[in-house]
Design a protein around this ligand. Structure first.
Ligand code: ATP
Length: 299
């Protein structure tokens, strides 16, 4: 098997009495687009900061592209792209200047790619960083992060303030980079619909632990709602679901391992009517945040 692009084992990070990340195991394969979701305070940024070497783990190990972010800092920087939430540095520099400045840090800088992205995003080259809107700064950050063709791109709540048109353009760039360059992408985001559009695999972090770590399509296929109507029965024997509630004249089952066996088990209860409801990722994530199962890691 290939060396994973991200290999996190038993990661713990404590701040005094607060355990921000609590025994995290996470593996991302080369070329994969991974979306890490979680509530405020779930430990996403702490995880990312240990991946970037900004924080040392309290326990466990982190390897990116086979390298230790603390010990192999420089070697990793050459192969890594990072898009933070906002660009605070170099407010006095003009867009045109900051691209030349960034190029100096990399020996294989692709001017054509960066200039192409600046044109595509229609960023004003003469304007200073501090005069750019938040969305423009996000676009500039993405263009700069891609200048050296990183093998791995990390995004932390990046592009959160983009308008819908720019967001679409941004997502197209990420998908192109993953498809054409084979870049592995790891994004922490609250934007479930964005993650749904670009990710192959998702993680849901609750209290510093992953409660879901799974291929997106598989996750959506196995998490269904089943609604059953029994005209003549008042208390039918229902298959054991993650949650069951009565809703007027029907029963609504929250199923987290749906498949042909489950469907057969429902039919065996002889309902008068049965409806299988596909759910949006947004609904599924909200459900898993409100009521996590025990760890659901599936390949
Ligand atoms: P958000 O989505 O709001 O950015 P997050 O998932 O990124 O949240 P973290 O920023 O990783 O969450 O924080 C996880 C937990 O660790 C929180 O309880 C936070 O208060 C705590 N924490 C993070 N950094 C520190 C710090 N430097 N000192 C003390 N506690 C911290």
């Amino acid at each position: 098997m290939n060396q994973p692009a991200i290999d996190i084992q038993g990661l713990e990070r404590r701040f005094g009495t607060v355990t921000a990340v609590d025994g995290l195991d996470l593996r991302v394969e080369p070329g994969q687009v991974y979306g890490l979701l979680g509530r405020n305070g779930a430990g996403k940024t702490t995880t990312l900061n240990t991946m970037l070497g900004f924080l040392a783990p309290s326990a466990g190990s982190v390897r990116l592209l086979g390298l230790d972010p603390l010990q192999d800092d420089l070697a990793l920087k050459r192969r890594l792209g990072y898009v933070p939430e906002d660009l605070a540095a170099y407010p006095w520099m003009r867009v045109g200047e900051i691209t030349r400045f960034s190029a100096a840090f990399h020996d294989r800088w692709d001017h054509g790619r960066v200039e192409g992205l600046i044109d595509r995003f229609e960023l004003p080259r003469e304007r200073k960083v501090r005069q750019l809107s938040k969305g423009m700064r996000a676009q500039l950050l993405l263009a700069l992060a891609l200048g050296h063709h990183p093998e791995l791109l990390l995004l932390d709540e990046a592009g959160a303030g983009l308008d819908p048109l720019v967001r679409q353009q941004w997502q197209e760039v990420l998908i192109e980079v993953a498809q054409d360059d084979g870049t592995t992408i790891f994004t922490c985001s609250h934007l479930v619909d964005e993650v749904e559009r670009i990710a192959d695999r998702i993680g849901v972090l609750v209290g510093g632990r992953l409660v879901v770590d799974e291929e997106l399509d598989g996750f959506k296929a196995r998490c269904r709602q089943v609604r059953l109507w029994y005209d003549g029965q008042d208390s039918p024997t229902l298959p054991p679901a993650h949650a069951t509630k009565r809703d007027g004249r029907s029963w609504l089952l929250d199923v987290r391992d749906f498949g042909p066996d489950w469907e057969a088990a429902c039919r065996a209860t002889e309902p008068d009517r049965m409806e299988i409801v596909e759910r949006s990722l947004q609904d599924l994530v909200v459900d898993h945040l409100a009521s996590p199962s025990s760890l659901e890691v599936r390949s």
